[in-house]
Write a new protein. Structure first.
Length: 88
């Protein structure tokens, strides 16, 4: 499996995990996703996930929503496991 294929599969798992937890990831087109609870539009209830080079790094510095922060921590742990699995 090439690195591109591994990143694609990790991305698929990212979207699947986000969707299963009732959140949505919106591709902003600048190298990151904005993740928020489905139906939420407030910036203080969102966090970012870097998508460059299979990084999947979670950034919560503007998020103030406890539910979103808890999910960000859970997502970070899940994606660390995915990165190890695909050697990214």
């Amino acid at each position: 499996m090439t690195k591109t294929e591994r990143i694609q599969e990790a991305t698929r798992l990212f979207y699947e995990f986000v969707d299963q937890r009732g959140f949505i990831a919106d591709d902003e087109g600048f190298g990151y996703w904005m993740v928020a609870k489905q139906g939420s539009v407030r910036a203080d209830k969102m966090f970012q996930v870097n998508r460059r080079n299979g990084g999947f790094d979670v950034c919560t510095h503007l998020c103030e929503c406890e539910n979103a922060l808890e999910f960000a921590k859970e997502l970070e742990g899940h994606m660390e496991n995915v990165k190890r699995m695909f050697e990214l």
